[in-house]
Design a protein around this ligand. Sequence first.
Ligand code: FAD
Length: 323
Amino acid sequence: MSRKVIVLGETRDSSLRNVSFEAVAAAKTVAEGGEVVGVVFGEAVAEAGKELIHYGADRVIVVENEQLKQYSSDGYTQALMAVIDQENPEGIILGHTSLGKDLAPRVAGKLGSGLISDAIAVEEAGGNIVFTRPIYSGKAFEKRIVTEGIVFATIRPNNIDPLEHDASRSGDVQSLSVDIKDLRTVIKEVLRKATEGVDLSEAKVIVAGGRGVKSAEGFEPLKELADVLGGAVGASRGACDADYCDYALQIGQTGKVVTPDLYIACGISGAIQHLAGMSNSKVIVAINKDPEANIFKVADYGIVGDLFEVVPLLTEEIKALLV
Ligand code: FAD
């Protein structure tokens, strides 16, 4: 059954986040040959909209409004509902990001539809669109189908491959004017904390530190390794609680859930709550001086040793390889 599916392109500083292209790929599967319509909100985002077409969307709707420059629950809900009213989609796909986690349930509530959240895969099987999502903190996976109504889902970043970029693809970029009103919250200014450089939730490489780094300065060798690998720095709650780093870096059950290609855990014991946030990483390297540390049970490669010796050595070796 072919469907019209809308996909929200998520922008940061007027550029699209990678998860938007992954969402287009998921939408293509859900559409089963139907139309995929990209949607972008903000100010001066028409160029960003075209990128959705290059990644597979058939056309794009842009809602430009200064009230949508920063995300607000009310503003984005009104804008997305206006697009849905105009388009009557049979499918909606958003990224399972902070924005998607806030927006999708609101819109699903307004539509009275179901919502499959945090999907890591989507496929056509036996005449159904089947979503796979982790449950019990990633210890098991369930498969879900939608039996009636809109196929509405959020997808976890870094799990579904985007389609190949094709700059020759073309499609309409249409403008929709939406009167955004009655905002209960107005964002005046955004102060970014530890989000310089690579975004943790979309990073392909993460070098994470735990209580074993021993101090805020102890994170420096990890930052250097992350830099040479083009990655981001993350942390266990142990390190955050000890004030070695900001909570924005926390990975785990009560922190961010990440799925990088490479996760290097340094001085992290591997508590179940930490594993909940990173055990689906594609390759896990653990550096710990305790050979019995739990982290080695999920690691693909383990190095038993002092992280202050091992991490600088790794950085030097990788630098030498990159010359
Ligand atoms: P530790 O357990 O103290 O481990 C430190 C490790 O460093 C040890 O294995 C040690 O051998 C090693 N080490 C020490 N020095 C060195 C060295 N020089 N070189 C190499 N290795 C060294 N935790 C999270 O991470 N994320 C969460 O989201 C989270 N949510 C939680 C939610 C709840 C409700 C609860 C109860 C707990 C949660 N926790 C979470 C906390 C979790 O249970 C652990 O306490 C925490 O993950 C431990 O952090 P750690 O591994 O850095 O510290």
